[in-house]
Design a binder for this molecule. Sequence first.
Ligand SMILES: Nc1ncnc2c1ncn2[C@@H]1O[C@H](COP(=O)(O)OP(=O)(O)O)[C@@H](O)[C@H]1O
Ligand SMILES: [Mg+2]
Length: 266
Amino acid sequence: MKKVAIKVDQVVKNYGNRTILDAMTLDVFEGETLVILGGSGSGKSTLLRLMMGTVKPNGGDVVAFGKSLCGMDEAALEDYRKSVGVLFQSAALFNSMSIKDNVALPLREHTDLPEENIDIQVTIKLEMVGLREHGEKMPSELSGGMKKRAGLARAMAMDPKILFYDEPSAGLDPVTSAEIDELIMAMNKKLGVTSVVVTHEMDSAFRIADRMVLLDRGKFIVSGTPEEMKASEDPLVRQFIYGLTTGPLTDRKRTGGYERQLMGEV
Ligand SMILES: Nc1ncnc2c1ncn2[C@@H]1O[C@H](COP(=O)(O)OP(=O)(O)O)[C@@H](O)[C@H]1O
Ligand SMILES: [Mg+2]
């Protein structure tokens, strides 16, 4: 039996009178790379934030490593948030700090480790992402891809069991984006880190995924291996993964039903 790392259990998330996630259920298994697909505004980032414990559901629960996030007090939630790694779109490095200091920051903030231990940890993490020689540099001296790698080193600083990536290759050229994919896979395969990756780049999704889910109108409509997704006959899945210009997604937009639904009118 595969062990469940995170269980999203009948989660409802509303913003105002709009239901973004509608009784959503999802298991993330330990050690897998799960890719979450979905149109822009479909709730992918919201779902990640729910799993990271930074957004609270209006209904249902998120159970992470056997513990209910809804049942946790603020201190326990804070500990949980420290135990997960996060790499968002903008690597969100502090521009006034060297790369080394950026990676050291979570360790300095959240642990009592002496500086020499922190230094070793930082060197290991920078080596892992191929930036060991660049630790003294400032973020402004790095390319977009190197900044993402530095962000990944920082996300790994506390040795998380699970890493959340929100569109990690957004804004990168295809070669750099493929390099980031390699790193995501390396973290997963070499270190056994469970990875949840939101992306809308299909090449990347098919490269890294053990399993994929497609989010639409507040629910998952399919889940499967990359091969199963490619073989799917569902018109929506086909339109999404092959980027077709005609299909249910575009029909919905054309008739305005999509907007009306987003506004909570249908
Ligand atoms: N804090 C918020 N307050 C109000 N609406 C929000 C908030 N965060 C996200 N939304 C809305 O929820 C929907 C889903 O957002 P998001 O999860 O960011 O989608 P995705 O990442 O799939 O593009 C969007 O329509 C967005 O405008
Ligand atoms: Mg998003």
